[in-house]
Design a protein around this ligand. Structure first.
Ligand code: XLS
Ligand code: NI
Ligand code: NI
Length: 434
């Protein structure tokens, strides 16, 4: 039975007028000696594709899901798996991501929920073997159930903390069972609503201990990770402890976790933190900790996580410049943590949405590669710092000078001449490639 009214989406090239085709994403076409699909490593989010009903704070969901009987039964969960794999096959996406509670229902108690999870995981495992699709990362939903209202690993209640630990333990185990390439921690409620009732120090210590136990458990069962932390500044909490790349890296260093964690950077989260996405990507990459990307975009007119599909080629170019600059993904990929608008409620809209995101990234990849091949942008930046390549600048970088010597240098060399940053010239150069 067909759930999406289309055939497998094909590459038809930029002149095609077929909305259900790729104009730019051509999976096996090589860019710089590597196939597009291996550069981009697209992932689909189970929660958005299969579970997002497209509700908003003012209205009920609109999404048509004729295959879903809306029950919490394992049968319903199993039926969704077939629909999801039909989707992956037709859109041509090789990876996917899930929360435990997206794929299987939360039942009356933890062991019943675990049993349900095992049943769905067994089916996912079969489907993966049959199709070659892979799990990019798994995660546990520690934010939807009312028990986590005050947080999970930062809950003031140790019983809730234990429950969360049990849930994460199981989620890591099923991720391993499905040969998942990574495991993500996004702490939507690991933060606070108000400091008036919060002991921030204790909560952060508890979170550090929680993540150490996760590392230990992964070691025990032979899950090789990596673990990712996904920063976001707020929503649903007022302040999320993992607020941006820099805050996450500081936390990981402070608690001695940096060897086991990388970051999963989401565009819309970076912008909510008051950064551009390339800022947060660059901060992570500089620390050798850029693991994966949740590809989406926000709306400059709306101040929350709208999780829209990325369509802006300028932005995908900037992202691909950072990714190509670090030599590409190892375990990570571009996971479309994105949902359709509430008005785009038909199953076929899932195809249009992902086609747009994949084409936007294919163009970003090609543009970024061309900019790198051209070399002028990188050369300008290199030249801008060339005074550090010799003489006094080289001594500064080597740490072999002092304030006294620099004072001597300044006294004897007079006023430095001011160079232009040429921002506009470089913006024009980038636009020449787009
Ligand atoms: C929410 C997050 C979430 C994570 C996975 O804003 O993006 O979807 O990616 O828990
Ligand atoms: Ni995300
Ligand atoms: Ni998000």
């Amino acid at each position: 039975m067909q759930h999406f009214e289309c055939d497998k989406i094909q590459y038809e090239g930029p002149d095609s007028k077929n909305a259900l085709s790729f104009k730019h994403y051509n999976a096996t076409e090589e860019v710089g000696g590597k196939a597009m699909k291996d550069h981009l490593r697209f992932g689909a989010a189970y929660w958005h594709v299969m579970r997002n009903e497209l509700a908003d704070p003012f209205g009920a969901g609109t999404a048509q899901m004729p295959w879903d009987d809306k029950s919490d039964s394992v049968e319903n969960a199993l039926a969704r798996v077939d629909v999801f794999f039909e989707f992956l096959d037709k859109i041509g996406i090789d990876y996917y991501c899930f929360h435990d509670r997206d794929i299987a229902p939360e039942l009356n108690d933890l062991s019943a929920s675990n049993d349900a999870l095992d049943q769905v995981v067994a089916k996912l495992k079969e489907k993966q073997a049959e199709t070659g699709k892979k799990l990019l990362w798994g995660t546990a939903c520690l934010f939807a159930h009312p028990r986590y209202a005050h947080g999970a690993a930062t809950s003031p209640d140790a019983r809730v903390y234990a429950y969360a630990a049990a849930q994460v333990k199981k989620a890591i185990e099923v991720t391993k069972e499905l040969d998942g390439l990574g495991y993500t921690f996004w702490g939507g409620r690991e933060g606070y609503g108000s400091l008036i009732n919060t002991n921030m120090k204790r909560e952060l210590d508890h979170l550090g201990a929680f993540l150490h136990m996760a590392v230990d458990h992964a070691k025990n069962i032979g899950f090789e990770g990596p673990f990712y932390i996904e920063p976001k500044p707020r929503e649903p909490s007022t302040h999320q402890y993992d607020s941006d790349s820099a805050a996450c890296l500081n936390f990981l260093r402070e608690y001695g976790l940096l060897d086991h964690f990388k970051l999963n950077i989401e565009t819309n989260h970076a912008t909510l933190a008051g950064h551009t996405v390339q800022h947060d990507l660059t901060v992570a990459a500089n620390a050798g900790a850029l693991g994966s990307v949740d590809a989406n975009t926000g709306d400059t007119l709306i101040g929350w996580d709208t999780d829209q599909f990325p369509t802006d080629v300028y932005m995908t170019t900037e992202i691909m410049l950072v990714l190509l600059g670090m030599g590409g993904f190892t375990t990570g990929g571009l996971n479309f943590d994105a949902k359709r608008r509430r008005e785009s409620h038909e199953p076929i809209d899932l195809m249009h949405a992902h086609i747009g995101g994949m084409d936007a990234f294919a163009r970003g990849l090609k543009v970024a590669h061309a900019i790198r091949e051209d070399g002028r942008l990188a050369q300008f930046v290199q030249d801008r710092y060339s005074s550090y390549d010799s003489d006094i600048g080289a001594k500064i970088e080597a740490g072999t000078t002092s304030f006294a010597e620099l004072e001597q240098y300044a006294l004897s060399n007079g006023e430095p001449s001011l160079a232009s940053g040429r921002q506009e010239m470089l913006e024009n150069l980038v636009n020449d490639f787009i």
